[in-house]
Design a protein around this ligand. Sequence first.
Ligand SMILES: Nc1nc2c(ncn2[C@@H]2O[C@H](COP(=O)(O)OP(=O)(O)O)[C@@H](O)[C@H]2O)c(=O)[nH]1
Ligand SMILES: [Mg+2]
Length: 272
Amino acid sequence: MKKTKESIKKNLMLVDVVYEVVDARIPISSQNPDIDDIIGEKPRIKILNKSDLADSRLNEEWQEYFNKKGIPSVLVDAVHNRGLREIYELTYELTEEKRKRLLTKGIKNRPIRVMIIGIPNVGKSTLINSLSKRKGAKVGNKPGVTKGNQWVKIKGDMELLDTPGILWPKFEDKNVGLNLALTGAIKDEILDIDTLAVKLVEKLNSISKDYLENRYGIEVEGKTPHDIVIEIGKKRGAIVSGGEVDFTRVSNIIIDEFRRGIIGRITLERPY
Ligand SMILES: Nc1nc2c(ncn2[C@@H]2O[C@H](COP(=O)(O)OP(=O)(O)O)[C@@H](O)[C@H]2O)c(=O)[nH]1
Ligand SMILES: [Mg+2]
């Protein structure tokens, strides 16, 4: 971890802007707690990725929250190339001073350089691919860049480091760990799938009873999360030979449907 942090810091020195990618469904849980220290004064854009899976009203609330903190943010769906234009525009805005300074020094054609950082599974590689899709030509190796790294041309005079900086989340916090497991950011082994499903049901109902009621045609009022899982199992025919509910099978169904956004566009964390 120390080594990755150091290589990230080395690469940071080479770029003008950092794109910090988080999962829009859990903008706090999916960030590295030391992110401010790591990035320092470097201009940063908070990429709220997977915004297609997150609640659209809360997407806006989160954007407002970060903007108020002086951290410009963009709602992105890296799979479907949504939000890319906003990223470019913001990048130009944030680097205007820098470009002017370079020009007064007589430096022309110096590209704006960017790197992407974030915890695993937030969509860093997907974003790198979508940003470099059209312009995707590799740029020659530059001195100082961690060996093996390449710059790819993205928009106009912008270059992106093709290898993201990988940060680690804050596992120790129970709720953070749960949010990461539910969104699939960390391996399922951390919590067994049965427990995970029960916790998901509990969490979803605390946000809105409509999610599970509408998706599975059940009534959740007055029932324990455990009983709700069983009821969904019956509805879905996740039954073993004796007629009992196959708890693990239905747990997998619920978790999988949540992760794919089938239960709804759901944000697990709220600002403030
Ligand atoms: N729905 C949705 N899925 C995404 C988005 N971005 C990435 N993914 C998916 O999230 C998973 C992890 O993405 P990846 O780019 O490998 O994450 P990385 O570990 O940060 O590089 C993949 O299955 C992607 O298809 C997005 O904006 N929306
Ligand atoms: Mg990756």
